[in-house]
Design a binder for this molecule. Structure first.
Ligand code: URA
Ligand code: SF4
Length: 220
């Protein structure tokens, strides 16, 4: 990216869930909008007690306009259910709102991870979502979400599976009481078939920690 623009000019000053959703489609904060079908907003109630943060939309999400509706989403839903996370109590969104891809020949679109500049450019959307959310906990799905919050030295392989504090460097109105990093569900799909079961079990175990920590915080 040559110009150092970001999403701020497009983000409503005093956002509501509806105004955010609407304004997001007009964003030209970085060049990723140009090759994508649409921007993909977060999904779920803003009252959710759990925030799930992914990387960016994939091919299916780009077509359908909702996060985690493709193959990685199926892994995620299965893992959430198996871990006992109440999906109606989750708000799920991505660090970057447009799909970054390169051509794989013909109609094939190959996922490309967003660069640091894309993450920075898109952050005002996440800030706006966070200004409306009051989550008790946050689960970071993979390295991009982790780096967006904790900086470029964050390594999900080392940092996963333990509860940590919301980063001081990233002030938000209602920071979650804890943050848990885990594998991105796509890592399960990309893994060698022989390793898939173990990786999936690890994802479920991390999500189970999120579910039990949420239950412990339950006032009822
Ligand atoms: N991967 C992500 O990080 N987010 C999605 O929405 C889909 C796949
Ligand atoms: Fe705007 Fe984010 Fe899309 Fe870039 S990726 S155009 S900053 S919504």
């Amino acid at each position: 990216m040559t110009d150092r623009t970001d999403a701020r000019p497009w983000v409503p000053a005093d956002p509501t869930p509806d105004s955010l959703r609407e304004a997001l489609q007009g964003c030209r904060g970085c060049e990723l909008h140009a090759d994508a079908t649409q921007a993909v907003p977060g999904r779920g109630t803003f009252d959710a007690r759990l925030l799930l943060l992914g990387e960016q939309p994939g091919d299916q999400e780009d077509r359908q306009g909702a996060p985690f509706v493709g193959p990685a989403g199926r892994v995620l839903v299965d893992a959430l259910d198996e871990a006992g996370v109440d999906r109606s109590d989750v708000y799920v969104t991505n660090t970057v709102k447009h799909f970054r891809w390169r051509s794989g020949g013909g109609k094939r679109r190959i996922h490309q991870s967003p660069g640091r500049a894309h993450v920075e450019a898109c952050r005002p959307w996440l800030d706006a979502e966070l200004s409306l959310l009051r989550p008790v906990g946050a689960v970071l799905l993979g390295g991009t979400a982790g780096k967006a919050l904790y900086g470029s030295t964050f390594r999900v392989g080392e940092a996963r599976s333990v509860l940590r504090d919301w980063p001081e460097k990233y002030p938000v109105a209602h920071p979650p009481a804890w943050v848990l990093a885990t594998l991105h569900p796509s890592a399960v799909l990309r893994a060698d078939p022989a390793d898939r079961q173990d990786l999936y079990a690890g994802l479920v175990a991390d999500l189970r920690l999120a579910a039990t920590t949420l239950k412990d915080a339950d006032p009822s």
